[in-house]
Write a protein that binds this ligand. Structure first.
Ligand code: FES
Length: 276
């Protein structure tokens, strides 16, 4: 620890010993642990999701098996959506749209995740090595942060949060509809119901653990004592927020798993077990 009597580099210490200049370290870092493991694992996980979701988003098929709808295709707002019994299939954009309906809706959850504070850290490290890990120099010569185009668009995150809440509301509605049978009668339950319920629980936990949500709930207040309800909500959101990274991964896996389950049932590769 520096003291008031420490000599500056290049000056004489008490006793006349010359204090050396700053150590010349040629190595890019002095870490001895396997620091590359975390960014490499992150990159592999995100890449796997990107490959899977791209395939499914462009597939434009096997996304509805009554009463289940894939979260990649809900709400389905194109003219070419398959009819869903009581589901969120709304013809909002007209017949000019001929591509996969998923492409219209995935913009919002993907935008939400792409601009998420945690995912930014994850892909900045995993794909751009900027920086690859703590105390490891990055290979880039210049750094402008998120102050210029295109990274300044990361500031749209708070707006994507509002869309994410709407999408989570619609997926909750889909999970409720999963308590019907294939003919639309209520009071039934299958394995797919559990899959959609687990997915929406994780989607909500991830969405509410968002840093923007925490600020919306508890920010801009001079003191909490005059806002006890917001204080309680802020406390709950803060507890979720402490698990934001884990929830980001868990919900990413669950949304892909829910889509894959619907794909298996819709394509006839798997029969949904019905409990009652
Ligand atoms: Fe991650 Fe908002 S900070 S979703």
């Amino acid at each position: 620890m520096a003291t008031g009597t420490d000599p500056r580099p290049g000056t004489a210490a008490p006793g006349g010993v010359l204090h050396p200049a700053r150590a010349a370290i040629g190595a890019r870092h002095l870490r001895r642990d396997r620091w590359w493991l975390a960014p490499a694992g992150t990159a592999a996980g995100l890449l796997a999701f990107v490959v899977y979701s791209t395939w499914r988003a462009f597939a434009n098929g096997d996304y509805y098996a009554a009463p289940y709808v894939s979260p990649f295709y809900s709400p389905c707002v194109a003219h070419n959506c398959v009819p869903m019994k009581g589901g969120a299939d709304w013809d909002l954009v007209g017949s000019w749209w001929s591509l996969s309906p998923a492409l219209l809706i995935l913009i919002f959850p993907l935008g939400f995740r792409l601009t998420c504070y945690y995912y930014r850290k994850a892909y900045y490290r995993g794909f751009w090595a900027s920086p690859p890990a703590c105390a490891v120099a990055e290979p880039h010569a210049r750094y402008s942060g998120e102050t210029r185009f295109p990274l300044i668009l990361q500031n749209l995150h708070r707006y994507f949060f509002y869309f994410a809440v709407i999408v989570a509301g619609i997926l909750s509605y889909d999970a409720v509809l999963a308590f019907r049978d294939a003919d639309g009668h209520w009071g039934h339950m299958g394995l797919g119901t559990l899959v959609l319920l687990a997915n929406i629980a994780l989607i909500w936990a991830y969405t509410l653990s968002c840093h923007s949500c925490r600020h919306i709930v508890g920010g801009r207040l001079r003191n909490f004592s005059k806002h006890p309800v917001r204080y309680r909500m802020w406390g709950l959101v803060s507890r979720l927020n402490a698990r934001h990274m884990q929830l980001a991964w868990a919900s990413l896996v669950s949304v892909a798993a829910a889509d894959f389950y619907v794909y298996l049932v819709a394509s006839g590769a798997f029969d949904d077990p019905r409990f009652f």
